[in-house]
Design a protein. Structure first.
Length: 257
């Protein structure tokens, strides 16, 4: 595990930024290939990817800055250093949802049909992003006696908190889970019977996993009423998914083909 991927001159390029970029790129490839199967216009996947990437990074960074506001008030220049880490997934997810709605309105596409299309690629990009977290040493777990516990190198954030102790590889838990979720959602997408069902399924599945994995996170977390902010957000998103599942239309209109 090493934070720096390579150097351009004396400037380090961090694995975190590289993996986040690769995650977005892989999602764009997925949307482009899926769009081709649905006879969507050439360039649709890349246009969509630009909107999702811009809004996702913006929302994720804003959420992180707000969660660590005193630090950024004293060092405002570091606000733009996303290559070193510091993105809150749920912040990016919520901001990207609004961007997708706006994209659908501009392109005159039904929101639910586009939402299902976008969600199929989201876990794939997220999986690579979490791999970037692992290489960066952020979003780490608490101590564990399990045989797959990971020790992080000196001078990393986990090392400063736990030393050489073995920790839950929470980043890898999320990577593996997101890859499995990607395969499942893509399988369901090909067989879906209701517009918006993929969006609802994602909201019913990922927040449950995120709620549980928060119990073995070891980095500093914001706690309210005994739960982390991510757990409270997970509960809200799960409830939203449950409501959507009940209220969604009863058939697919297949509006993107």
């Amino acid at each position: 595990m090493h934070q720096i991927c390579f150097h351009i001159g004396s400037r380090p390029i961090y694995w975190y930024g590289v993996m986040v970029a690769c995650g977005f790129l892989l999602a764009v490839v997925h949307w482009s290939l899926l769009g081709r199967k649905q006879n969507l216009p050439a360039g649709f996947g890349s246009d969509l990817g630009f909107w999702v990437m811009l809004s996702g990074i913006l929302g994720a960074r804003i959420a992180y800055v707000l969660a660590n506001l005193p630090e950024f008030i004293s060092h405002p220049v570091s606000i733009i250093r996303i290559d070193e880490g510091g993105l809150v997934y749920y912040g990016g997810f919520i901001c990207a949802l609004f961007a997708i709605i706006l994209f659908a309105r501009i392109k005159k596409l039904p929101v639910w049909g586009l939402g299902d299309f976008v969600i199929t690629g989201l876990p794939l990009g997220h999986a690579l992003g979490r791999l970037g977290c692992f290489l960066n040493g952020c979003c780490f777990g608490c101590q564990t006696q399990l045989p797959w516990g990971i020790s992080f190198p000196e001078d990393s954030a986990p090392w400063y908190r736990y030393g050489a102790a073995a920790l839950h590889p929470t980043q890898l838990y999320e990577t593996l889970f997101n890859l499995a979720l990607y395969a499942f959602l893509l399988w369901v997408y090909a067989r879906r019977k209701r517009d918006g069902s993929i969006v609802a399924l994602y909201l019913l599945i990922y927040p449950v996993f995120r709620f549980l994995v928060e119990f073995v996170r070891g980095d500093e977390r914001m706690i309210y009423v005994g739960l982390t902010l991510a757990q409270l957000t997970s509960l809200a998103l799960f409830a939203t998914g449950l409501i959507l599942w009940v209220l969604l239309p009863k058939k697919v209109h297949n509006p993107l083909t």
